[in-house]
Every structure is written in C-alpha cells, then in structure tokens.
Design a protein around this ligand. Structure first.
Ligand code: SF4
Ligand code: SF4
Length: 597
C-alpha cells in the first residue's frame, strides 16, 4: 500500500473512532427551555412530573440514564393526561393537542435530549464536524487519490483476499441473516405494542417462501445450489456490517441515542434551511458525503469507461441536489419537503393522508408535486423504461442505487449467483411489490371514505407495519447493513418494490438488453463475478445469448470488466423475445464444430 494511502487510512480510522466515541461525550441537563414540547397542556404536565421526580436541572454524564429518566417522565405525563382526559378535555382544545400520543413521546424525547445537551459537542459542533466528518473525508480522499496513478483498467485487485471484501461462508451468512430477521421481528412485536399478529404473519410468509424455493429445488435434483461465498469469512467485513446495522437500528428506532451526531450536523443544517438538524438531515448529509467520496473512488477504478464515469457523476448529482439540497431549500421557502425523483412505491408515504393534505394545502407548487409524483409513477416509469430499461432510474438517478454503486462497490462480487438465490429474489421482491400496492390501496380507501377497517384489517396498522418492516427493517437495516455480508444491491435485488415494477416493464416491454458476442468470450467469469445483481452473465455470454433479465440494473460493470469486449448495453428494437432465444456461438462437440445461430 502506498504511504499516502496508509496515512489516509489511519486518519479515516481516527475520524471514525472519534465519531463513534462522541456518542458518549455529551452531558445533559433538563430545563424548562430545553423541554421540547410545543403544545401547552403537554408541556405543563411534563414539567410538573419532571419537577416531582427531581429531573429538572439535574446533570447527567450519560445519555443512557438521561434518556431512561426522561422517558419515564414522558410516560408518566402521558398516563396522567390520559386519566385527566377521561373527565373531559378543556373547551376549544383538540384531543391531539391535549393528550400525549406515542409519536409525541418519541419526538419530544429526541428533541429534548438534543436541546438538553450541554457538553463539548453542543458548545463546539464545528470543531467536532472537522474532527469527525471533515477528517474522515480528508483521510478517505488521501486513501483514494493514489488509485488514479496506475494505468486505468480493472486489475486483479484481490477482492477475495481482503478480509474487508471477502464476504462470508454460506453458513455464517445464513446465521447472520436469520438472527437479524429474528431480531427485527421480535422488536416488531414491541413496535406494534405487543400485537404479535403482523410479526407472525411475516414469519409465516418467510417460511412459506423458503419452503417453496427449497421444494421446487428438490424437484430439479440436477440443479444444486451454488454460491459465490468463500471458504473463509472476512472478519473486517463482519465488523463493518455490524457497525452499519447498529447505525440503522439507532437511526430508525432510537434516534435519541445519536443526538451527539445530530448536534454535529446542526451548523450545516442551519446554514442550508435555517432549522436545527434532525436525524434525517444527519442521514442525508452523511449519505451525500459518503456517495461523493466513494464516487471519486468509483471513478478512479472505472476511469477507462465513459459510461461508468458519467453515471457515477449522475447519481452523485441527483443525490446532492434532488435528494439533499432542494428539499431543504423548499423548507426554507416554506414549501413542502419533497424529493422530486423519489417515486412511488419506493416512496411509500406518497399517498399517506398527511402527505396528500400537506401537498394539497401548499398551493400551486404542492399541486404540481402531487401531479408530478402520480405522473412519474404511472406514466414516466413505463415510458422511460420502455426506451432505456430500468437503468435510467436504478443506475443513474436513484439514491439507494447510488449508495450501492459507490459505498457498496467494493462488495459487488458478494452477490449470490445461485439459481436458489434467483428464486428467492423473485418471490420476495414481487411479494414486497404486492404488499406495497395493497397497503397503498388501503390507505387511499381510508383517505376517501374515512373508514379504517377494511375486512379484518386496519389500514393504519398495515401502513405502520409496512413502514417498520420494509421501509426501515428491509431497506435500511438489511438493505445497507448487509453490504459487506451479502453484496451491495441486497435491497435493490430482493426488496425494492419500484425495482420490481421497473423490472416487469424491462422484462416484457423494453428495448433494453445486453447483447453478447459469444465467439469472443474466453469464459474468464469477470462479468459474473462483478454483477451486483447476481446474474450469471458468463452463462449467457458463452452461448452468445442476449441478456434480458428483470433484475439487471444496467450498471454496465459486466461490460466494463470484460477483457474481450463481449458485452454491450443497448436500447434497440423490440424483438427482445426472439433475440433472447437466439444463440450465436461456436459449439464444439465430438461430432465437429457447428455455428449455432
Ligand atoms: S448484468 Fe451487467 S449491467 Fe446488468 S446488473 Fe449485472 S453487471 Fe450490471
Ligand atoms: S463475457 Fe467477457 S468477462 Fe464474461 S466470461 Fe466472457 S470474456 Fe469473461
């Protein structure tokens, strides 16, 4: 490793250590001004309970004890107001402004913890920004920049030799996935207030899909499961995966514990929108920075290929402007927070009542956003995918795809190429799409009729479970946390409902395909190795068969790493079905050599 790279790596590790340790550095003190409850009756009650329990002006050195005590106070105030509400709510006050809902408890806890911070980070957020994120960017760039010096082109870069990118043996991977899913479902019971119905239904469906895949596999005894997994597990990758999973668990479900990080993001948030940072601003900022730095790495690696350079710049542009800056600026201009490129059903909250009301109450721009969102989902997606395949979104625009292509690029070889994984993929991703459609229809039914009960199900509970399981658990915790364990497109391949929708159009009604020049293929397998969607590209290339797979995101990396120029991404004619039947290769058999066309 180059000396500059060693220094860069050292600085990055130092920045990451400070960033992680900063979670324990803050001090906390609750005061009437730091109690962030904006509704009068709620604030009065919480203050009273806090005074009685001796929490007011008490100094805490740990966020664990501060959060635990504040949570107790909030719960007690919640109970007390519930009891008072039974005797009647003051005239002119709505129930929502009087009682403390569970959602209120979460937001008051987060905002109060943040506002009660009186330690070094609250006093010097810029200093900590420089010591953590700033130093991390600098270290990361020092590590990456020397990669521009050697001759361009893909090398044998020891992906299966590095402990960071080697992946897991198939058994350990199954255990890690099983434990994470079990953990999410157990937490789901608590999340749904001890209602085990939805966690159990999910468990049954997982069992059913697993049984179906394994049963039909038995039917084809000549088709054993194959895996790209190595014989030894890469421990550095496991540690990275655990770190990422932990980050998402805290971000989605316990953001009060990461208030020191949110404080670090405060100055930037205030500079952009004038508001203090939320956990989502912190996430957006980190997401954009990570994509930018790792995007530079991506460009250094694939700089011999114009397609890779252009689409990397494209995903960075869409993330930094459409997903990060424009929504914040919209808020500053008193307009709804809106990411113009986030399309339903990936943007599953689009048809939720609060979003529809918010858009419709925001005048002309809100109505434009509403029409734009619907038109993009119903007309834009099929029409653009017809011409260009799903790559226009998955590889050029989408934030999830952008993170996978930049932060996740070192792990793309870990995608499972087995037919078993392909079967799981089809069952799971289309189930998520069906769930998203049914949930949205239920939410819309409730919106137009005011009726929450549809047959045996409550639309509110269904949407809560979808948000928990798919929106947070699958997309975040597993989707990104499992980059170093299962490859960089785990969410895009197995979970994204929009990818499923785009994939159906691509498979049956699109001009996009990857054409192969079979006679040039030397069967090196680079293409299959680097395909992040687990497509065994070589299998098609050897037979000279065009590739039209619904999962292909058109990243083009298979073509970029092919030493023989066998593969070509094309938007051509609509003869997809006949072309994929065609084999154009030399077949050498005992009987002689034949040209198969
Ligand atoms: S087949 Fe090629 S273009 Fe499609 S996802 Fe795999 S690597 Fe990317
Ligand atoms: S298509 Fe290219 S990369 Fe894939 S096996 Fe053939 S020669 Fe190797």
């Amino acid at each position: 490793m180059h000396i500059i790279q060693k220094i860069g790596l050292g600085l990055f590790v130092l920045a990451l250590a400070i960033f992680t340790l900063s979670l324990g550095l803050e001090k906390y003190e609750l005061s009437p001004t730091s109690l962030s409850a904006s509704k009068t009756y709620q604030k009065q009650e919480i203050l009273e309970v806090a005074k009685k329990s001796g929490l007011m002006n008490k100094r805490y050195d740990s966020n664990f004890s501060f959060i635990a005590d504040t949570k107790k106070v909030l719960k007690e105030a919640q109970k007390s107001l519930d009891a008072k509400a039974k005797n009647g709510i003051p005239e002119g006050v709505s129930e929502w402004d009087y009682r403390i809902g569970d959602g209120d408890v979460k937001s008051i806890l987060l905002n109060t913890t943040k506002a009660s911070s009186v330690g070094p980070i609250a006093q010097n957020p810029w200093r900590f920004w420089l010591l953590t994120i700033g130093l991390g960017i600098f270290g990361g760039l020092l590590y990456i920049l020397p990669k521009f010096v050697p001759l361009a082109g893909i090398k044998n870069n020891h992906i299966y030799h590095s402990s960071m990118t080697r992946g897991l043996t198939v058994n350990i991977r199954s255990v890690a996935l099983g434990l994470t899913i079990t953990g999410i479902l157990l937490y789901g019971v608590f999340y749904m207030k001890n209602n085990i119905f939805w966690p159990v239904v999910t468990l049954v469906l997982i069992g059913l899909i697993t049984w179906l895949v394994l049963y039909f596999e038995k039917q084809k005894l000549n088709n054993p499961a194959r895996s790209a997994s190595p014989e030894i597990t890469g421990w550095l990758g496991i540690i990275t995966g655990i770190y990422l999973i932990g980050f998402y668990v805290l971000l989605y479900w316990n953001p009060a514990y990461i208030t020191p990080w949110i404080l670090i993001a405060d100055p930037i948030s205030k500079a952009i929108s004038g508001n203090p940072a939320s956990q989502w601003f912190l996430y957006g900022m980190l997401y954009t920075i990570v994509m930018l730095v790792m995007g530079i790495r991506m460009i250094s690696k694939y700089r011999h290929n114009k397609y890779q350079i252009t689409r990397t710049i494209s995903v960075i542009f869409f993330q930094s402007t459409f997903a990060f800056l424009i929504p914040e600026i919209m808020v500053k201009l008193n307009q709804p927070y809106y990411d113009f490129k986030n399309i339903w059903p990936l943007n599953y909250t689009f048809f939720f009542d609060w979003n529809l009301n918010n858009l419709m109450n925001s005048g002309g721009i809100g109505i434009f956003m509403l029409v734009w969102g619907i038109a993009l989902a119903l007309i834009g997606v099929p029409v653009i995918t017809y011409f260009f395949g799903k790559r226009w979104y998955c590889s050029w625009v989408c934030g999830c795809g952008g993170l996978a292509e930049t932060l996740g690029d070192p792990y793309r070889q870990l995608s499972d190429k087995s037919t078993r994984a392909w079967k799981f993929e089809r069952w799971i991703i289309h189930s998520v799409l069906a769930f998203a459609v049914v949930m949205t229809l239920m939410v819309l039914y409730t919106y137009f009729t005011g009726n929450y009960q549809i047959l045996f199900f409550n639309s509110d509970t269904v949407r809560t479970w979808y948000g928990f399981l798919i929106g947070a658990g699958f997309a975040g915790v597993i989707g990104t946390g499992f980059y170093p364990l299962m490859g960089n497109r785990t969410w895009c391949r197995f979970g994204c409902p929009l990818a499923a929708y785009l994939g159906l159009v691509q498979r049956f009604q699109s001009r996009f395909r990857i054409t192969t020049n079979g006679s040039q293929c030397i069967s090196c397998g680079n293409c299959s190795t680097y395909c992040e969607m687990g497509i065994d590209v070589r299998h098609y290339a050897q037979r000279g068969q065009d590739i039209v797979r619904s999962s292909c995101v058109g990243c083009g990396v298979c073509a970029a790493v092919c030493p023989r120029g066998v593969l070509r991404l094309e938007n051509s004619s609509m003869d997809v079905h006949t072309r994929t039947d065609e084999l154009r290769a030399l077949h050498i058999t005992d009987g002689g050599i034949t040209l198969v066309q």
